[in-house]
Design a protein around this ligand. Sequence first.
Ligand code: CA
Length: 226
Amino acid sequence: MRILVVEDDVAMAAAIKRALHAAGVVADIAGLGDDALWMVRAAAYDVVVLDVGLPDLDGVEVCRRLRQSGVWTPIIMVTARDAVVDRVRGLDAGADDYLTKPFALGELLARLRALARREAVERPACLEVGSLRLDPAARRVWRGGAEVSLTAREFALLEAFMRHAGQALTHLQLLDAAWDFGYEHRSNVVEVYVGYLRGKLDTPFGVTSIETVRGVGYRLREDGGA
Ligand code: CA
């Protein structure tokens, strides 16, 4: 097994490398996100252990760039304890697993072995439905080549549609996906926000993507709009 450890804390990186070596695992160290980017492309690593806190590029960004460029080497994200946001961002960006600091080296080894057994399969972190593309981690949306700016609520709603393209979603399902619990469920917010999405993603491009399903709710066409 050959591992790349991306960690700027020199003592920590050396300790990990020693422990891996003792377990018969070859490990290279990268102290910067930029170094990690070229090293992963240059060598055949079985797993990348990627710290979120790096001096140049944040580890989540490194992960996202690798996935965007079609590199599917398994990645374990290392985050600070309780940094739930980082873990969610990491998984959204295409990481396979995460460890929180401080972690036992035995646990790292177990996770490495589990990941190395898996094939590196293509799992695009971006959602694509026809000409609609949504990057959950970067919070960006495109219709074809044009980036479309959405509010947080519009984004959450579109993400729900794109994760269930071709399926009719009820008002309640859409409310659950994009609104928190305190929201007034009898109001027509879903209708209003679907209108906003159509105004940004369909009308300017002369297409229809979100269809009204009478008596049920709405459906994003599987072709993303035509
Ligand atoms: Ca660090």
